[in-house]
Structure formats: C-alpha cells, structure tokens
Design a protein around this ligand. Structure first.
Ligand code: ADP
Ligand code: ASP
Ligand code: MG
Length: 405
C-alpha cells in the first residue's frame, strides 16, 4: 500500500463533468489500496476573475483581504470534489488550508510555507478517507488566510507530499507531461519521459508555467518523486528525477520563454566606482528584482550605458526609484516592455561547448537581434524583441534537434 498525493490543476476541474472524471481517477487509486490526499486548484479562470474583482473594489487593496478573496476558488473545488467522491461511494472530506493547518509566513499573495501539521490528516488517511485539500492557501501566525503566488497549488501538493512522507506526488494537468518547450506554441515539441530537478527548476523559473518554481525547489530539497501527467488521457507522464537516473543525457533538454520581462536602459551614466551599487541598491531596497544586466563603457571610459531587466509589473516602480535617487547622473532613461527572454536549458551543457554559438547563429539566421545575454552552468538566456518570441523558440527547437519525428 502506498500513500500518494494527486494534484489537479484548473482545467482538470473546470466544470462538474471534469470533477467527476477526476473523482473517478481518485477512486481508482483508492481501489488499488492506496491512501490518497488530493490537492485541487480553482476552476480555470476563477482566480483571474477573483483578482479582477479585488482590483476593481480597490486598486490599492489590503493584501490580507486580497488573499481572503483570491483563495476562495479552491474552497469551491475542494468541496465539490469531496461531494463527487462521496456520490461514487468513496469516503472523502475537504480541508481548507487553515483546517490542516498549513502554516505560512505573513507575506500575503506570495507566502512561504513554514510547517504543516499533518497529524489529523494522517488519522483520516489511515481510516481510508480521501483528504481533498484546497491548494494555493495557508494561514499566517496572525490567523489570516494567505496565498502562495500564482500557480501555488503545485507547491501545496509537493509540500503536502513531503509532510505526509508520500510515495508519489502526481501533478495532473492539461498536457501529457513536461515537453521540450511549450507544446502550445511549438506543435513539434516532444514529451520528456524524465527531466532532472535542476533542469525543471530552470525551466520553471525561466517561464515554463507547467510547475510553479517553488514546488520544484521543494521537491528537490525533500526528494519528493514528482510526476507530471494529463488528467484527460491514460498515458505515462514525465518524472522529475535526480541526474543519475537519466541515462542518455541531452546537451539541451528544453527551451523556455518568459514574456513578463521589461528592459530598462540608462544611457550616459557617469562611470565612477560604486555607481552600480548606487543604481541597484535602491532597487533592491524597493524589492525590485533585477535579472539580466549588461554594461557598455564608452571609448574614453568616462561614460557607461547600463541595461538590465526587471519583472514587467515592477517597471513603473523601478523607474520611479531611479528618478528619485538623486545621486546617479545619466543622460537618458528608457523602459521597454516589448521584450521576451528565451532560454535554452540542459545539464549536458556542463560538458559541451558550443551551445551559445549555435544559439546566437540560429537567431542571427532569422534576423533576430539579441539585446542582453546571461548564462549559468546549465542555461543560456537572451533578451529579444517580443515580436520574435515564437519564431525564436521554434528555430532554436529545430536547431538543437528537439523536434519530434
Ligand atoms: P494547471 O492549471 O494544471 O496548473 P498550467 O496552465 O499552470 O496548468 O500549466 C500547464 C501549461 O503549461 C500547459 O498548458 C502548457 O501550455 C504550459 N507549458 C509551458 N511550458 C511547458 C512545457 N515545457 N511543457 C509542458 N507544458 C508547458
Ligand atoms: N488558482 C491559483 C492560480 O490560478 C493556484 C493554482 O492554480 O495553482 O494561480
Ligand atoms: Mg499551474
């Protein structure tokens, strides 16, 4: 007998018919003799609607009330799935974050899980009751509802699997697994049987929304066996595993893109020691996360142009901070939201040279100009004009031999 966690995303619980399909899958796992905890997302589109209402009610809303509103979608699906299971003769009950309880810090709308008290849930699981938990939500030490950031039900599921000592954490979604790139923009994308935690972490943090980044970090740290699979078909999905478990290592395993980036350029900055600190220090204090950075120094060494990226949603704040900090002298400040970051990822890059060259040549052949570059041991990212997103991803997918036959 195994203890398993099954997580169902928004499209998998989009209406009552789909909730019944999910219930049937859960029933099968109980029939096989497993103890089952289920984590559900809100019905697809619900969280977006709740966010819209919160913003309409008050553009500068109280973060605690925002979480009260946006966490509501998961309450509905947890209750409905418990009902559908009971209707099929399966003992089940719903759990909200605070009922488990799922303790988080008090950083509303992107709270981090601190600890999960699973004692009551384990008692129910041992009595063969299916525990259906609302994903995405927890409770802070001030007794307020918190949420874990968009896509946070993945993290709820992995955290619950770790806390329950589950044998498996199956993440059911609307595609058959993790692909070499987003199958919705590259139809020739290939499903991967296995991907390493590290590659999955890069893919997620570089824009592939298939799993929330924090869920992958948590799985890696706690050794949770995660499988990503479709709730609509019966085909095996993708296993997220340690590097040793991958026999045939690819140089490049996947390509990710992130549209929510913006580029800021400071032209003609006085090139004096400490200038970078004076620019990036206030941004850090304002919680603006700077990602890619490039600096060009003029021939006489007196001036420098500095380009960097920030999350699109923070661009106005970043510009305001830069304008307010009087120390930094520059000729011009430019902000551009029409950019996209494209990344190629693969653990094989550690031992293979030439990936960057092939990436740059491929983009050049398509006439795509690279604005900023950043690299790490297992990835290369470039910033390009947003209009080239699909063209670039498709061309790189072909160039690195990832297309399905
Ligand atoms: P859920 O609602 O089940 O949590 P999400 O919409 O959050 O589902 O994530 C699934 C989506 O992730 C897919 O529909 C797909 O468009 C997108 N995606 C992006 N990159 C990838 C990738 N490399 N492999 C698979 N899906 C990807
Ligand atoms: N419902 C939340 C969202 O849409 C959490 C999730 O689906 O994982 O972001
Ligand atoms: Mg998701």
């Amino acid at each position: 007998m195994s203890r398993i966690v099954m997580k169902f995303g928004g499209t998998s619980v989009a209406d009552i018919d789909r909730i019944r399909i999910v219930a049937a899958r859960v029933k099968e796992e109980t029939r096989a003799g497993n103890q089952v905890a289920v984590v559900v997302s809100a019905m697809s589109g619900t969280t977006d609607q709740l966010i819209k209402w919160a913003t309409q009610a008050s553009p500068l809303h109280d973060a605690r009330e925002y979480d009260t509103v946006v966490s509501a979608g998961e309450q509905i699906t947890a209750g409905l799935l418990a009902m559908a299971l009971q209707d099929m003769g399966v003992s089940a009950r719903s759990w909200l974050g605070w009922q488990v309880p799922f303790h988080t810090n008090n950083i509303h709308s992107s709270a981090r899980i601190e600890n999960i008290d699973t004692a009551q849930m384990i008692d129910r699981l041992e009595d063969n009751i299916v525990c259906v938990m609302a994903g995405f939500q927890g409770i802070s030490s001030d007794n307020r509802i918190t949420t874990l950031g968009r896509g946070g039900s993945d993290t709820s599921a992995v955290a619950l699997a770790a806390a329950l000592g589950a044998d498996r954490c199956d993440i059911y979604t609307d595609v058959e697994g993790v692909y070499t790139t987003d199958p919705r923009i590259v139809p020739s994308a290939r499903k991967l049987d296995k991907i390493t935690y590290e590659e999955m972490l890069e893919m997620a943090s570089l824009g592939a929304k298939i799993l929330q980044t924090r869920s992958v970090a948590m799985a890696m740290n706690h050794g949770v066996r995660v499988q990503v699979l479709s709730s609509f078909t019966n085909t095996p999905g993708t296993l997220v595993v340690d590097e040793e478990e991958i026999v045939e290592k690819q140089v490049v395993s996947g390509i990710a893109y992130a549209k929510n980036e913006a580029k800021i350029t400071l032209v003609g900055v006085e090139n004096t020691p400490g200038i970078a600190g004076e620019i990036f220090g206030p941004l850090a204090s304002g919680h603006v996360n700077v990602d890619m950075i490039v600096q060009n120094i003029s021939e006489d060494g007196k001036k420098t142009d500095l380009t960097f990226t920030v999350p699109e949603g923070d661009v106005e704040k970043a510009v305001a901070i830069l304008k307010a900090s009087g120390h930094v002298k520059y000729a011009k400040l430019m902000a551009d939201k029409e950019v996209v970051k494209i990344s190629v990822i693969g653990v094989g890059m550690r031992s293979h040279a030439g990936v960057a060259a092939r990436m740059f040549e491929t983009l050049a052949e398509k006439g795509i100009n690279i604005q900023v570059i950043s690299t790490s041991e297992i990835k290369i990212s470039v910033l390009i004009g947003a209009e080239y997103n699909e063209l670039a991803v498709r061309a790189l997918h072909t160039a690195f031999g990832l297309d399905s036959e």
